[in-house]
Design a protein around this ligand. Structure first.
Ligand code: HEM
Length: 402
């Protein structure tokens, strides 16, 4: 029994079970007819030119999972999996229970801004006989001197990014997709992240990372004239990877923060390392959070207002021949290490039309002379081709797999 069908309506009513109505009883269905308000009711459309989960603000809860195809799983099996996953993601993002066997984890909740995003890793193309369609942009990232990468928590044939403003909604999506992968693919690694919950601040603000800084201020904005060009593969993209039109490349790095060292640094030094004030994110060259950074400004003492090795100087497009990316990260905390230091940091996700004009040159530069790098360890890495979105009745990756 489907009570409500569209994303908007489902958002107002909570997660509505199809076959699950019987399984969970009529009372549960009656309870869910009361309209939801606030966080639970917000929904994001699954279908569209681009996949969801790129331009929308990062949600309060995130799961990143990489899957490897099962031995013997071929292109047909991969296509069937992407078809199944896409149909389910569309249902869940619209606030509907997945068809068939459901666990009930999200039964009382609305979609809570759930997004599910799918990508392909380098190995996917060999395993499915599609090596001739693999984009050169998926060539392995170069090694960086600061890398301390764990291969078991890096790469993977398939990548799934899940975000939602409710923790149960996010886990539910992960669990459903993992169950559906059985026989075709299994989890290679999985990471959990978080951000500030909507409504936690007096007005929407740039979220802070675990070093305490406002993070994301100088991201490319969808209203920028060159936003699409920087973030998405163009529509008329030609060649063996024409299937990537409307898609984007995600660089995923698990970056541990050396918080014991960082937290011992005086505030003034911390601000110098970044080039922005901690309290309000304003650049040290003056103004408020949104004032453009003035990299040339010299202070009364004759020194550069933004230090030579300040993170915002070294990472800025102006220092990297225009290279830019959309950073959409989750923080993570996985307990404490043997020495008592938090195992915590950033699940850094950078989105760009071409990693060679985004992450790679910027990280090369940061690796050589960024004041922040000595407080960070890059512990895992992945690069994924995230195809464009699909229309109703289609599935993500169809242009590659059909
Ligand atoms: C800016 C923190 C890693 C690229 C910033 C800002 C902060 C920050 C606080 C200033 C506010 C803003 O504009 O968002 C961090 C932390 C990192 C990290 C804590 C690691 C845990 C990286 C990496 C890259 C990167 C790995 C790319 C390879 C950038 C860029 C900017 C930026 C492009 C904007 C610079 C500008 O144009 O003003 N980061 N960052 N960051 N970061 Fe990072």
């Amino acid at each position: 029994r489907r009570l409500l069908g569209t994303a908007g309506a489902a958002g107002a009513a909570g997660l509505v079970a199809g076959s699950a109505a019987g399984a969970f009883g009529d009372q549960a269905v009656r309870d869910r007819q009361a309209p939801l308000t606030g966080v639970g009711s917000a929904s994001v459309a699954f279908h569209g030119t681009h996949q969801a989960g790129i331009v929308q603000p990062a949600q309060a809860h995130g799961h990143l999972a990489a899957f490897d195809l099962a031995p013997g799983a071929d292109r047909k099996a991969a296509a069937a999996l992407l078809r199944r996953w896409s149909a389910t993601a569309a249902e869940l993002m619209a606030g509907q229970a997945p068809k068939g066997d459901d666990t009930g984890i999200a039964l009382d909740a609305g979609p809570a801004s759930l997004t599910v995003t799918f990508g392909f890793g380098h190995g996917f193309f060999d395993r499915t006989g599609l090596a001739d369609k693999r984009p050169t942009a998926l060539d392995p990232l170069p090694a960086f001197t600061g890398d301390a990468l764990d291969a078991k928590r890096s790469d993977g044939d398939l990548w799934v990014q899940i975000g939602a403003d409710d923790a149960l909604v996010a886990f539910h999506a992960l669990r459903v997709l993992q169950k559906q992968a059985a026989g075709a693919a299994r989890v290679r690694w999985q990471m959990n992240g978080f951000n500030r919950a909507p409504g936690a601040t007096e007005r929407p603000k740039t979220a802070r990372n675990l070093m305490g800084q406002m993070d994301g201020t100088n991201n490319p904005k969808p209203t920028d004239a060159n936003f699409d060009e920087r973030v998405f593969v163009p529509d008329g993209h030609k060649g063996a990877d024409a299937w990537m039109a409307g898609g984007s490349y995600a660089v995923v790095r698990r970056i541990r923060m050396l918080l014991d060292s960082w937290d011992n640094l005086a505030l003034e030094r911390q601000e110098k390392v970044i080039g922005r004030r901690k309290s309000d994110g304003a650049p040290l060259s003056g103004g408020t959070e949104t004032t453009p950074v003035d990299l040339d400004k010299v202070g009364p003492d004759g020194a550069l207002a933004i230090a030579g090795d300040a993170h915002v100087r070294v990472a800025a497009p102006a220092s990297n021949q225009g290279a830019a990316m959309l950073r959409r990260a989750f923080s993570y905390h996985d307990g404490f290490l043997d020495d008592g230091a938090p195992d915590a940091g950033l699940l850094f996700i950078a989105w760009q039309a071409d990693p060679l004009k985004g992450f790679v040159p910027v990280q090369r530069k940061l690796d050589r002379g960024d004041g922040l790098s000595r407080f960070l360890r890059h512990e895992s890495s992945g690069l994924f081709a995230v195809p464009g979105g699909c229309a109703e009745g289609e599935y993500v990756g169809q242009r590659l797999l059909e």
